[in-house]
Design a protein around this ligand. Structure first.
Ligand code: FAD
Length: 293
């Protein structure tokens, strides 16, 4: 798969942001990321910050990632950013050794807890699902500043959301290629499950992040929340950095809580390729960025 191509990935680390990635990746270092988050905050938009990187197979690399995330927590605190963290367990050693990964995550969650920063565990492909939930269960015994993601394409998503209803949850359609043994393949089925999961968590859950660029879903949620008197403090909309910027701003102006997913770092290649694969029209965005110099 292009997004997992090791050679291209390591080349990309040296290139800096290329191929139009600068429109959807908020810089390669903490300084650039802080500047981007401050701009969002000035427009009434909060941020969830992702230090890019995934599918790490070396302990050294996982420890580097941990240190970087600790530095991001420090930056959130120092700059008083309206922001929290999104992280991927595979970046912190999930494929190396479960206990090593748990140790790395404990250090991050503990540090974030002390700084009053929330940590979201992004959800990756099906092969990592169970071990990610195990990590979350373990850490939830001691900390309440963690939440995760429910992917609507999985057949069992409704069982999972019922189990985690006391967590702050981000609900998404799902970004990885999954087999029909475990996941809906048809857009109509995924959208239907997505809506039902959102409605369930709005009614019964702690806090809901509705993460989508789909205006039809967003309009449905607005109407549903109004009809069921769901207070705006109980939910937010989320979109990725650089996508549908006008809609991000207008939802925030309308008074909805809005949070932008802000990826940054040298490891941008896999993230960028997945966004292109999801929606080839995103190439338009890239083309504009490349040619409108
Ligand atoms: P789509 O189904 O891609 O699009 C539906 C319709 O919306 C399109 O037909 C079009 O009309 C409109 N539309 C969509 N994008 C645009 C655009 N750029 N411009 C104009 N119109 C558009 N996935 C995971 O598996 N794990 C995660 O942890 C995860 N975290 C995420 C966090 C955030 C904040 C977001 C936004 C997504 C995340 N995803 C994650 C990805 C998600 O699962 C989807 O793959 C991705 O969001 C694409 O689906 P969609 O709901 O945005 O709409």
């Amino acid at each position: 798969m292009l997004s997992q191509n090791k050679v291209l990935n390591s080349g990309a680390k040296r290139w800096g942001l290329k191929l139009g990635a600068q429109s959807v990746v908020a810089g390669t270092n903490i300084e650039e990321m802080v500047k981007s988050v401050k701009e969002l905050n000035a427009n009434g938009i909060s941020a969830t910050i992702d230090n890019l990187g995934e599918f790490v197979f070396e302990k050294k690399e996982a420890i580097q990632a941990k240190k970087k995330i600790l530095a991001v927590i420090e930056a959130i605190y120092q700059h008083q950013l309206d922001a929290h963290i999104s992280l991927k367990p595979t970046q912190l050693g999930q494929d190396i050794d479960y206990n090593f990964c748990l140790e790395n995550l404990s250090e991050i969650v503990e540090n974030a807890y002390k700084h009053n920063v929330f940590i979201n565990f992004d959800m990756e492909d099906h092969g990592h699902l169970q071990s990610s939930f195990d990590l979350i269960d373990e850490l939830s015994k001691d900390y309440d500043n963690i939440g995760t993601v429910i992917q609507a394409y999985f057949y069992n998503a409704k069982d999972v959301i019922a189990k985690y209803k006391n967590h702050r949850l981000r609900i998404v359609k799902g970004a990885y290629k999954e087999s029909e043994d475990v996941a809906f393949q048809d857009k109509k089925d995924i959208d239907q499950n997505f809506i039902e999961l959102i409605e369930y968590h709005l009614l019964h859950g702690k806090f809901t992040s509705i993460a989508t660029h789909d205006h039809q879903i967003i309009n449905h949620v607005k109407k549903f929340a109004k009809k069921n008197n769901i207070p705006t403090e109980k939910y937010e909309f989320q979109m990725l950095y650089g996508f549908r910027k006008d809609m991000q701003l207008s939802l925030a102006k309308e008074g909805y809580n809005f949070c932008t997913y802000v990826p940054f770092g040298v490891d941008w290649y896999g993230y960028f390729m997945r966004r292109l694969a999801e929606r080839p029209q995103n190439l338009n965005l890239v083309a504009k960025q490349t040619f409108n110099k």
